[in-house]
Design a binder for this molecule. Structure first.
Ligand SMILES: NC(=O)c1ccc[n+]([C@@H]2O[C@H](COP(=O)([O-])OP(=O)(O)OC[C@H]3O[C@@H](n4cnc5c(N)ncnc54)[C@H](OP(=O)(O)O)[C@@H]3O)[C@@H](O)[C@H]2O)c1
Length: 306
């Protein structure tokens, strides 16, 4: 469907998904405004686009900074003749790998600022102009890990889980304004993000915790075999051009299999699977065990509640 030159603001446009998304949308005739935190990366992006015969504009945008968000949207309004972008794609995100016991408040706060508060703030800031125009689109990029919480990446899963909840509430709240809100939940795709997660594991590594070594091996193996991000960009375009976009799009074969499976299985079983895959032990080491207990022995009846 031709976009009719509709404007779209994409955050984190200099990264793995963002880059492919803005090139795809610009190629399809969208008026793309690429949000970039770093001016040099923004210049490189525009130059790369020009080499492909594509035109896009950029705004400097750090989603974790309220002043930057306000300034960027002001610039978008000027670029679009006062109305602001017809669509907002909250794509910018960071990982935070590491055990819950090791990630400190500052690291957790940083993740929530970028992956949750930033997107929420941008939604709030674009809504009035969308409402005044009588319509618009918001697409938030979550992750399959938002619905399959993964040990050694708990804060990332928690942030994406919260972003999903926020998106599903906003969709209902904004419907009467003509604003359609969707969530995209990709599985793993090859971008610099996995490398950043590996850096987190290196920084926080606790030699006494076997989860670090296994997570490093797992992320490295995943990084080698996952496909490039084109399916995510394709899905995003489908979502933006659909007359009635779906509330949620799960992207990637593994995510389409694992997300519903995780929802269906009891937690006792998904815990077992996660222990096996992560190498995290199910029982305390002998020295830490209360006297008289054997591995796997329960202190009393345990009832699963969810
Ligand atoms: N890759 C995957 O397998 C995967 C799977 C599921 C979901 N996702 C989600 O998809 C989105 C894109 O991820 P990606 O894989 O493309 O990651 P990426 O390659 O690391 O790119 C992330 C982008 O976000 C930008 N960013 C980081 N902090 C920012 C901030 N405070 N303000 C504005 N921009 C900021 C980065 O800019 P700089 O370059 O300046 O840091 C970069 O452009 C994220 O929300 C991620 O959680 C990724």
């Amino acid at each position: 469907m031709p976009s009719g030159g509709r404007s779209v603001l994409v955050t984190g446009a200099t990264g793995g998904f963002g880059r492919v998304i803005v090139f795809r949308l610009a190629g399809a005739g969208w008026d793309v405004i690429a949000g970039a935190r770093d001016r040099d990366k923004a210049r490189d992006l525009v130059a790369d686009a020009a080499e492909r015969g594509l035109a896009l504009r950029t705004v400097q945008l750090d989603v974790a900074c309220e002043a930057s968000c306000r300034q960027a949207l002001q610039e978008c309004a000027e670029m679009t003749g006062g109305g602001g972008p017809w669509a907002l794609v909250n794509n910018a995100g960071i990982p935070q790998a590491g055990a819950v016991a090791d990630v400190d408040d500052e690291q957790a706060r940083r993740l929530l600022e970028v992956n949750l508060l930033g997107p929420a703030r941008l939604c709030r800031l674009v809504l009035p102009a969308m409402a005044a125009r009588g319509g618009g689109r918001i697409v938030n990029i979550s992750s399959g890990l938002g619905r399959v919480p993964w040990p050694m990446g708990a804060w990332y899963s928690a942030g994406k889980h919260a972003l999903s909840a926020l998106t599903h509430c906003l969709r209902v709240e904004a419907a009467h304004l003509g604003v359609r809100v969707s969530l995209i939940e990709p599985g793993a795709f090859s971008t610099p993000m996995l490398g950043r997660a590996l850096n987190d594991l290196d920084t926080l590594r606790d030699p006494a915790n076997p989860g670090y070594a296994t997570a490093t091996r797992l992320f490295t193996a995943v990084d080698r075999r996952v496909p490039g991000p084109e399916p995510v960009a394709r899905t995003l375009e489908t979502c933006l051009t659909a007359r009635r976009p779906r509330p949620r799009y799960v992207v990637g074969r593994e995510a389409r299999f694992l997300v519903p499976l995780h929802t269906m299985l009891p937690l006792s079983l998904t815990d077992r699977i996660k222990h096996t895959v992560t190498g995290l032990p199910r029982t305390p080491a002998a020295a830490a065990r209360p006297p008289g207990r054997r591995p796997g022995e329960r202190s009393g009846p345990v009832k699963e509640t969810a």
